[in-house]
Unconditional design. Structure first.
Length: 127
């Protein structure tokens, strides 16, 4: 692993919640100004392929990523205030893969993005 990829991986581990590639790049600008946005995108793509980060939604048209160590079929809830991410069981009762719907379509996969407020952010809003 290159020094730049190691620096990017350290920044991902330090991220408090969901982040975009652009946000991660901005956070690296002070500590590692030589790392370009394209390098961040390539590193994050490799991390997604390896399973160390996963897509958890969208923010302002950019893909939101987060670390997730949970196996099996599940989805994520992203706090719209602080970016905290939690893994949750599928609200549809499990995988729909293989189900036939409509006029003969077969579901091969599904994605659900849930957004809300974590308990801490809800408490701050109520104050």
């Amino acid at each position: 692993m290159s020094d730049q990829r190691a620096t990017i991986a350290e920044a991902v581990v330090a991220a408090a919640g969901a982040f975009t590639a652009e946000e991660l790049h901005r956070s690296l600008a002070v500590s590692a100004p030589g790392i370009g946005l394209a390098t961040v995108y390539r590193a994050l793509g490799a991390m997604q392929e390896a399973g160390s980060v996963t897509q958890v939604g969208q923010r302002d048209g950019s893909t939101l990523l987060a670390r997730c160590g949970r196996d099996g079929h599940h989805h994520h809830l992203v706090c719209t205030s602080c970016g905290r991410v939690i893994a949750i069981d599928c609200p549809l009762g499990g995988s729909l893969a293989g189900r036939e719907v409509g006029d003969g379509h077969v579901i091969t996969r599904h994605e659900i993005t849930l957004y809300g407020l974590c308990a801490d952010c809800r408490a701050h809003e109520e104050d």
